[in-house]
Design a protein around this ligand. Sequence first.
Ligand SMILES: Nc1ncnc2c1ncn2[C@@H]1O[C@H](COP(=O)(O)OP(=O)(O)O)[C@@H](O)[C@H]1O
Ligand SMILES: [Mg+2]
Length: 507
Amino acid sequence: MNVGIDMGTGPEGAPVPMDIEELLATRLLVQGNSGSGKSYLLRRLLEQSAPWVQQCVIDPEGDFVTLADRYGHVVIEGERTDGELVGIATRIRQHRVSCVLSLEGLDIEQQMRTAGIFLNALFDADRDYWYSMLVVVDEAQLFAPSVSGDVSEEARKLSLGAMTNLMCRGRKRGLAGVIATQRLAKLAKNVAAEASNFLMGRTFLDIDMARAADLLGMDRRTAEMFRDLKRGTFVALGPAVSRRPLKVSIGPVETSARSTSPKLTPLPEVGGNVEDLIFTPDADELTRPLPRRPVASARPTTEILAELSKPRPELTPAPAPQSANPRPAQPDMTPEERESLMDQILEEILDNPNAAYRPDGELFQDFLVRCRIRRVPGAALSLSAFRRKMAIARSGVDAQTADSEGWRTALDLSRQVTEDLQGVFLLVAQAALRALPCPSDAMIARAYGTHSARRARRLLGYFEEQGLVVLHSDPFGRRIVAFPDLQAETAPGAADAPPEETRAAAE
Ligand SMILES: Nc1ncnc2c1ncn2[C@@H]1O[C@H](COP(=O)(O)OP(=O)(O)O)[C@@H](O)[C@H]1O
Ligand SMILES: [Mg+2]
């Protein structure tokens, strides 16, 4: 016997059933402009079918997490490692627990990657677990876009591939796709084409109307009726609902219609806590590679960085050195040229006003990637060499001073303090060598990567304790930092000057 769920009412007020078994075999596409009632319709479908069939909702907005309380869906927050996602998806199939993958708060690229990995893992489940499952994807055009957008090619391929698997090859594996989209024209054609059931809601745009007409095999004039549909009203067509176009007003949500006896395989009684069942990782979850579809960024960042920072293999033959094009390998770059290219890269990174407050490790990664892109030859810098470079760059020393004997002494002296303090030391030292006003607390704090003026003052006190500097002040209480070893001292500078003013005064 078939299980028919009640979707709502037809033209004469008669209920409109949807045959779930048929739906499992023939899939469903819902389309309608934003606000036409698609998510409401999906909710109705999910609520009505929850007792009969396992469900998974790919939920970009976290709309469906409310199914958890009433229907026992496990909510899976999308912000997880690839390994975790695969493990959870695998157990979802194994234990046949309904779930909502909430992608709320992730950026679009992460949403695509997460959905792609999760869907692929459902798809790749062991043959023993190929039980029927409704896989509902709201806003499906996000995951199977018809054109490439701003996201990386990798994310797009992953997500589109997973959606294609779901809609085109999922049936044998028990996966039945139910997808909703606000713009048919934005949804990849091959993904839309695999659905045999349609629920068409209000549609304004001609291009979407034309696509709908083509899909449904209607002439375009008939498809005009989609334009005037009210919110919550859809035209249904397909083997699971109606063999001819049928207008349905979607019924209220949070009602249940447990009218008929099931023929679908009954869901198992899950003893104990389902969340424990699903979320407890298995032994190799964190290290398990993605089955069959490994993706580049599933690798650990450290591994990628190691690879990026390997010296580039020499290409043959070496390109003409007069080439202005920076793309070819630059094996005959002199050490000085290499140095200056790295300095330039560093400068670019530090140009970002937020750079001062980003952790060194992060800046270092950024640096390595840029070096790789710009084809800097030779072995990569170590983190500690990078820090030192950064300290020098952050000091704001000018070219002329940087060339002086005094600066070389300052660099030597700076080694007497720890790496994290060298930037501050050099900032003050270059001011002394150039007889500029003593940097303000705010400038010192910034060079140290903090917002705290108190901490900045403590740093100067520390340098004094080390015997590196002598602090004193002019009659107006402005600070002067003297460097005995450099035989230089800063001009007086107000400790509490705001950064711009100090800089302007320094100019
Ligand atoms: N059949 C319906 N009955 C009652 N309210 C509905 C119905 N369909 C949609 N709504 C309401 O209309 C609004 C928009 O519906 P929604 O499903 O979010 O649209 P969409 O997902 O197409 O953008 C929501 O507030 C929803 O509760
Ligand atoms: Mg919606």
